[in-house]
Design a protein around this ligand. Structure first.
Ligand SMILES: Cc1cc2nc3c(=O)[nH]c(=O)nc-3n(C[C@H](O)[C@H](O)[C@H](O)COP(=O)(O)OP(=O)(O)OC[C@H]3O[C@@H](n4cnc5c(N)ncnc54)[C@H](O)[C@@H]3O)c2cc1C
Length: 391
């Protein structure tokens, strides 16, 4: 609990999925936590299928279960990815199977608003002080605390301030970390479709000759959700297509593997950005989630990395022993050390793949396709490649 009147242990700026999960985990570990966001944060009504979905790794699912959120998800709206087939831009293929890897699922497809609602409920239950509709205006530090002030005059102090406020993090800039995200020149076009044939829990992904990546992810029943990481011009073209034409285009790009597609939602697009920071901690400040790292969504790992940050920070603070100060430098260094390697590994992998498949050089095209086939034929390498994504 807080050790000084009016000063909590942790103030978290940003109640996206990562901020919510971190706040809940810390409150469950006995810390006094305030969570602030500019959004109203009321749980949205679930009606139809959410176009924002996440592939949640088994490791993240275990963490969400430990903080009580996984159990709150409606199970009829979760789909298991039981196998995955990746196709290169010159016909090479790589496939993964949960069964072969000894897992129940490679990942779980979950809707954003369902996960948000489950996390928000747990944050309230765990005793987090949730502050909605609050825009950040000032961040100030003294030797013993950080204070986040809002535009409406309210302010919140904690021994530690955590920036969980997304890729354009205001907290990151306020802390003097001025590295800017790099644009991939691509947008993630997302939409849901009903499909003619059953998908049998198989996720499919095509690396395209234009540097884009098309992913079909299974939803419950005969439905799929797509993430088409498309070069900007193509993304604009796809968004402008009438729904029936977009369905036909998506079906054709995927070799009509599931027969005809019927649109369930309009398409939406999100700009894709890379962010790699020299450090994610400073005096009484730490960054988590997209505020700390931006990865290409081709491996569906962005929010999973963020949940990894939340889990690591909760463990470091829960196990701090005689150190009562949640913002003590030794704890922040411990947190930064724990996250450095997994974040660097995932960034290097996703960024490397995005660049390699983005290059048009013919010899590189041959090489990357040969690489896919080679990995596919060596189970031990395949297993090693899958492990970071699973955990
Ligand atoms: C197309 C696409 C598909 C993806 N698919 C996957 C996937 O399958 N699996 C996966 O793991 N990841 C995926 N990702 C990545 C994932 O979306 C992000 O990593 C994740 O949403 C980041 O969560 P966050 O909580 O860190 O940040 P955000 O979701 O950005 O939350 C930040 C919060 O901070 C608040 N905030 C920001 N600034 C302020 C301010 N100034 N004042 C007050 N509040 C503020 C915002 O309101 C928001 O609530 C995908 C990304 C894209 C673009």
């Amino acid at each position: 609990m807080s050790d000084r009147a009016g000063v909590g242990d942790v103030v978290i700026a940003g109640a996206g999925l990562v901020g919510l999960a971190l706040a809940t985990a810390l409150a469950r570990a006995g810390l006094a936590v305030t969570l602030v966001d500019r959004a109203p944060l009321a749980a949205a009504q679930i009606d139809g299928w959410d176009v924002r979905i996440y592939a949640i790794s088994p490791g993240s699912a275990s963490f969400l279960q430990a903080i009580g959120a996984w159990q709150g998800l409606p199970c009829e709206r979760i789909a298991a990815i039981e196998s995955m087939r990746v196709e290169g831009d010159a016909g090479a293929t790589l496939s993964f199977s949960a069964y072969e890897l000894g897992e129940r699922a490679l990942a779980w497809i979950v809707e954003e608003r369902a996960l948000r609602a489950a996390l928000l409920l747990q944050a309230h239950t765990a005793g987090v002080d949730v502050v909605a509709s609050g825009r950040f205006s000032k961040l100030a530090w003294s030797a013993g605390e950080g204070t986040l002030s809002l535009e409406d005059g309210r302010s919140y102090s904690g021994r530690l301030v955590v920036g969980a406020d997304g890729i354009h993090s205001w907290v990151r800039k306020a802390a003097g970390i001025l590295t800017e995200p790099r644009d991939y020149g691509q947008q993630g076009v997302v939409a849901n479709f009903e499909c003619e044939r059953a998908h049998h829990g198989c996720a499919r992904q095509w690396f395209r000759a234009d540097g884009g990546v098309l992913a079909w992810l299974p939803l419950p029943g005969r439905r799929i959700s797509i993430v088409w990481s498309a070069p900007d011009a193509l993304a604009r073209e796809l968004l402008a297509l009438p729904a029936a034409e977009l369905s036909a285009r998506v079906a054709a790009e995927g070799d009509s593997a599931l027969g005809a597609l019927t649109p369930l939602t309009p398409a939406a697009a999100f700009p894709l950005r890379s962010l790699r920071l020299p450090t994610s901690v400073a005096h009484r400040m730490a960054l988590v989630g997209d505020a700390a790292h931006g990865v290409h969504p081709l491996a569906g790992q962005g929010v999973n990395l963020g949940f990894g940050d939340a889990q690591a920070m909760a463990m470091v603070l829960a196990e701090r022993g005689p150190v009562s100060d949640a913002g003590a430098p030794i704890l922040l260094e411990r947190f930064a050390r724990r996250r450095a390697e997994p974040v660097l590994a995932m960034h290097t992998l996703t960024d490397g793949l995005a660049r390699m498949f983005g290059a048009r050089t013919p010899w590189l095209r041959k090489l990357r396709n040969a690489g896919l086939s080679a990995v596919d034929s060596v189970p031990i390498i395949k297993r090693a490649l899958a492990q970071p994504a699973l955990r």
